[in-house]
Design a binder for this molecule. Structure first.
Ligand SMILES: *[C@@H]1O[C@H](CO)[C@@H](O)[C@H](O)[C@H]1NC(C)=O
Ligand SMILES: *[C@@H]1O[C@H](CO)[C@@H](O)[C@H](O)[C@H]1NC(C)=O
Ligand SMILES: *[C@@H]1O[C@H](CO)[C@@H](O)[C@H](O)[C@H]1NC(C)=O
Ligand SMILES: *[C@@H]1O[C@H](CO)[C@@H](O)[C@H](O)[C@H]1NC(C)=O
Ligand SMILES: *[C@@H]1O[C@H](CO)[C@@H](O)[C@H](O)[C@H]1NC(C)=O
Ligand SMILES: *[C@@H]1O[C@H](CO)[C@@H](O)[C@H](O)[C@H]1NC(C)=O
Length: 229
């Protein structure tokens, strides 16, 4: 067999291997987690405006999203976003539901900006690693989304927005909470009794809303509660 024939045979075989189904499935299954995070950040960037030009480092053609302003990545590979901190930067616009694709994020601080529209319902998921969420002092409106069982979220700051509707009873599913701030919104209805399931709750601030009814007696049974305002 001469070399040329061998070359063609091998090349042919390689093409067959590349085109065969198992290979294609394998390739699409090996999702690049970093690329998912980069895309989620770009989706978020796409939906907001940045009048002060503070997000200049967030370039579409930049692969190194870990160095973008406000983004912190963990040490494990592939690199994942663990924190997004963009407090007090004059940012506006609506939050992309793609934020939920940042499945390793523990800290989300978007406080004191001009973000508006709804809080994406996908933000709080059972598999979320979120520990700290600050969306305070913005223009968020609509209802607070439902909460699945979550066991990491400790601090939830939603105060000083235009949130309406009831405080979801499902908030009681977030057993890890220690601080809840929802004052100064347009929340109605009564305080859900389910909040008394949150054993380690120490701050609960719901003032300056349109709440009706009594503070559920069970709430006074939370031994860790030091402030109720
Ligand atoms: C994964 O995505 C990152 C960021 O886009 C890129 O730098 C890296 O080369 C990709 N890795 C693989 C194996 O595709
Ligand atoms: C809120 O952000 C503005 C800039 O947009 C800043 O001047 C102000 O000090 C911030 N307030 C707080 C409490 O951080
Ligand atoms: C990212 O989020 C969007 C919107 O929630 C979703 O449609 C998409 O499938 C997600 N992408 C990946 C790669 O997970
Ligand atoms: C969350 O709480 C609500 C109301 O308290 C309950 O109906 C629902 O089943 C809970 N969801 C999960 C996922 O535990
Ligand atoms: C409440 O706090 C204690 C002591 O810090 C901790 O061991 C426990 O896991 C906490 N409970 C919940 C539901 O997070
Ligand atoms: C508060 O706790 C005490 C002792 O565990 C119990 O007897 C009482 O019924 C509880 N009160 C409410 C309103 O849950």
């Amino acid at each position: 067999m001469d070399h040329l024939l061998l070359f063609f045979l091998v090349a042919h075989l390689l093409i067959i291997i590349f085109l065969s189904k198992p290979f294609v499935i394998l390739a699409s299954e090996s999702t690049n987690k970093s690329e998912v995070d980069r895309q989620a950040l770009l989706d978020f960037r796409q939906g907001i405006t940045d009048p002060l030009g503070v997000l200049r480092s967030w370039r579409k053609d930049s692969l190194d999203f870990c160095s973008w302003r406000g983004v912190t990545c963990g040490k494990a590979l592939p690199l994942r976003v663990i924190s997004l901190e963009l407090n007090s930067l004059g940012l506006a616009g609506q939050l992309s539901s793609s934020l939920a694709n940042l499945t390793s994020i523990t800290r989300l601080d978007l406080g004191n900006n001009s973000f508006s529209g709804p809080i994406p319902a996908t933000l709080f998921s059972a598999s979320s690693q979120l520990v700290f969420v600050d969306l305070e002092v913005n223009l968020f409106s609509g209802r607070i989304p439902d909460f699945p069982r979550m066991s990491t979220l400790r601090i939830l700051r939603l105060a000083e927005n235009s949130l309406s509707g009831k405080i979801p009873a499902s908030l009681g599913n977030v057993s890890s909470l220690t601080e809840i701030f929802m004052y100064s919104n347009s929340l109605g209805g009564s305080i859900p009794e389910t909040l008394s399931q949150i054993q380690n709750l120490s701050f609960l601030s719901l003032s300056e809303n349109n709440l009706v009814g009594h503070v559920p007696a069970q709430l006074y049974n939370i031994s860790s509660l030091v402030a109720l305002a």
